[in-house]
Design a protein around this ligand. Structure first.
Ligand code: AMP
Ligand code: ZN
Length: 136
């Protein structure tokens, strides 16, 4: 397998995929374990492992393709909304170490669970954290 990377192998055509979009730099195909109907992955063809390992130019190209594919999915499927998900590192749930953006179509209704875990913020703690993290 190319690079020992399953998504490089898909980009090289060594592994089949349910391709829905392709140009010289990017590929989009259905996720084989979908969160929802139409769950799609968009990858750069050139290998980079995650967001921080990718050039700004490559990211700009890929996110423009994500927009194009998401717009198409929303129109053709159709869906009411969609989440863009992009995991970095095993702690964040990244299981394939080739940069990819998930497009997860959403349909509303009781069965479409879009809950993320959140807890009410402590304003003092948030103030301290903002001071620690501030870049400007
Ligand atoms: P992540 O957890 O963000 O690394 O997402 C990796 C995604 O790739 C998972 O949702 C998998 O279901 C999906 N996946 C793994 N192998 C394939 C494959 N051969 N074709 C399509 N999707 C895949
Ligand atoms: Zn790869």
């Amino acid at each position: 397998m190319t690079n020992n990377c399953v998504f490089c192998a898909i980009a090289a055509g060594e592994i089949p995929s349910f391709k829905i979009y392709e140009d010289e730099n990017v590929l989009a195909y259905l996720d084989i374990n979908p969160f929802s109907n139409g769950h799609t992955l968009v990858i750069p063809k050139a290998h980079s492992s995650c967001l921080l390992d990718s050039s700004d130019d490559s990211l700009a190209y890929v996110i423009a393709a994500v927009k194009k594919v998401a717009n198409h999915i929303k129109t053709v499927l159709p869906c009411d909304g969609f989440n863009i998900l992009q995991n970095n590192g095993a702690a964040a749930g990244q299981s394939v170490n080739h940069l990819h953006f998930h497009i997860v179509p959403r349909f509303g209704g009781a069965n479409d669970n879009i809950e993320f875990c959140s807890q009410k913020g402590d304003m003092e703690e948030l103030k301290k954290l903002a001071e620690k993290l501030r870049m400007i």
